[in-house]
Ligand binder design. Structure first.
Ligand code: BGC
Length: 518
């Protein structure tokens, strides 16, 4: 399939032959299943920890405390327990550490090797959890799951960004987030079904069914080809050219191949990517790989994703209504991600970030206002049916805004801005900061809700203001820019330009005039 993939990156244009093939779509869809295991885990733990039989068996003290507290504590504090929070958040600690090791494997043995390891460890974790006899088994299982998430989140976004043709990189990369949201929704639905089961079968199924997405990822790790960028980097040039021809659907891949080889040769001069990443010329990317994932979590999204059933219970909903409401917000999450896929390569990353930020801010302020008005600071009060529904609507509007902005872009942008030599390390940093803040929020939310009450939503909205201003001033547009030509974008930026020496630019970028400042 020919057709000339014209790339317009806000002036940093580059013409490669070839287009979008069925084969590249296939590899990206299979690769994106890596997001399923991440999402499944995000969605499953909140529901399982709200099952009495699970709590009684593994966390009896939490169970006793939760039921005793419910009688005399304010609504804001009903579920405040460090142990309960640790069950949810411990996995992210393991993921954080694993992503560092994943970056080494991804560089040395290729992207698909990391996906394979991620899928396999997640599979082991889900089997251990599904058959757990005691807390030790449960926790070891969680650690395996965390390793799986760390490996997949480190390798999949990079893989997708490298396989995709530049003009469709955003949409294909968002396949990862799409799979994440599908994983969350599947988990919400499964929890809704298994919560009704008698005996221990319910939680065993909820935890054990994670084996299905895990098996899909493991298989993906076996059947997928590695990215041309990684193959060239590991000295397999012939194979890289063959794969490039196959994914672009044309024999004529000379120009792109040449750019990849150049990028690889430049990368060979770097023996320690971790040292290189802190060099001045990589400063903008380094700052982004730290701030973007941190900001993504500071939107407060996982307050909803982890604890939606608990939150809705706190708002006065019954057990079943709470789980159902979690399913509804999970559905909104999936649908809104499609909006992002359809617009990211046309409207660009910045437009989505800015619109999403403003919409999230408005929703958070209104949610704080309505909860504050009804529950005050004492936590006593009850929503009318209409008010409760309106708050659910606001939560859904907030989730939608996240789902077309910070959700996908929090993974896309850091995976596409690093040069080849530091890309795996940069992505590992991204995962580490994401997981650190996921851990902190998972660990602290219920306690924060207890102490900050409705002000918690204002707390997160403060960060949304900061991150939206940050994007406005400091994040250049990256849509359509070939991944190995990204230095040109930083060079053209009013603030970051001074960090980029001329030698850092690729052959093409050196010769073009960037017509539009980012
Ligand atoms: C975030 C997760 C979040 C999910 C919600 C992802 O991009 O990294 O922390 O739970 O989006 O869809």
């Amino acid at each position: 399939m020919a057709g000339g993939g014209f790339v317009d990156g806000g002036g940093a244009g580059r013409q490669y032959d070839g287009g979008v093939t069925f084969f590249v779509m296939f590899t990206c869809v299979v690769g994106a299943t890596g997001g399923l295991i991440f999402g499944y885990d995000i969605g499953i733990s909140g529901g399982v920890t709200s099952m009495d039989i699970f709590l009684k068996r593994f966390f009896p003290s939490v169970y006793r405390k939760a039921s005793a507290e419910a009688t005399h504590e304010s609504a804001y504090c009903k579920f405040n327990s460090h142990l309960l929070q640790f069950f949810t958040s411990s996995l992210y600690l393991a993921a954080l550490v694993a992503s560092f090791f994943a970056s080494v494997i991804t560089k040395k043995f290729g992207r698909k090797m990391s996906m394979f390891i991620g899928g396999l460890t997640f599979l082991i974790g889900s089997i251990l959890n599904g058959f757990a006899q005691n807390v030790i088994m449960l926790i070891i299982g969680r650690i395996f799951l965390g390793i799986g998430v760390g490996f997949c989140n480190q390798s999949v976004p990079v893989y997708l960004s490298e396989m995709a043709p530049a003009q469709l990189r955003g949409a294909l990369n968002i396949g990862f987030q799409m799979a994440t949201t599908i994983g969350i929704l599947a988990a919400n639905l499964i929890n809704y079904g298994t919560a009704k089961m008698h005996g221990h079968l319910g939680w065993r199924l909820s935890l054990g069914l994670a084996a299905i997405p895990a098996a899909m990822v493991t298989l993906g790790g076996v059947i997928l080809p590695d990215s041309p960028n990684s193959l060239i980097d590991r000295g397999q040039r012939q194979e890289a050219r063959r794969i490039l021809q196959k994914i672009r659907g044309t024999e004529n891949v000379d120009q792109e191949f040449q750019d990849l080889v150049e990028a690889s040769e430049a990368s060979k001069t770097v023996d320690n990517p971790w040292k290189n990443i802190i060099e001045r010329k990589n400063r903008p990317q380094l700052i982004m790989a730290i701030l973007i994932p941190s900001f993504q979590q500071l939107t407060g999204i996982n307050v909803i994703m982890f604890y939606a059933p608990v939150l809705f219970k706190t708002l006065g909903f019954g057990d079943e209504a709470s789980l159902m409401t979690a399913v509804i917000s999970g559905g909104v999450n999936v649908v809104a991600t499609v909006v992002s896929i359809l617009t990211v390569d046309k409207a660009g990353r910045r437009a989505l970030f800015l619109e999403g930020g403003i919409q999230m801010l408005i929703c958070q302020v209104l949610i704080a206002y309505f909860i504050g008005k009804t529950y005050g600071t004492t936590g006593e009060g009850a929503f009318s049916k209409g008010a409760a529904n309106f708050v659910v609507f606001l939560i859904c509007a907030y989730v939608a805004a996240f789902a077309w902005s910070w959700g996908p872009l929090g993974w896309l942008v850091p995976s596409e801005i690093f040069p080849l030599e530091t890309r795996p390390a940069g992505q590992a940093l991204n995962v580490m900061f994401n997981m650190t803040f996921t851990f902190i929020i998972g660990q602290c939310f219920l306690t924060m809700l207890c102490h900050m009450k409705f002000g918690l939503f204002l707390f997160f909205s403060g960060f949304v203001i900061i991150m939206t201003l940050f994007v406005y001033f400091f994040l250049p547009e990256t849509k359509g820019v070939p991944i190995e030509e990204m230095y040109a974008v930083w060079k053209a930026h009013w603030f970051w330009g001074k960090f980029i020496p001329d030698e850092a630019l690729g052959s093409y970028a050196k010769n073009i005039q960037l017509t539009e400042k980012a």
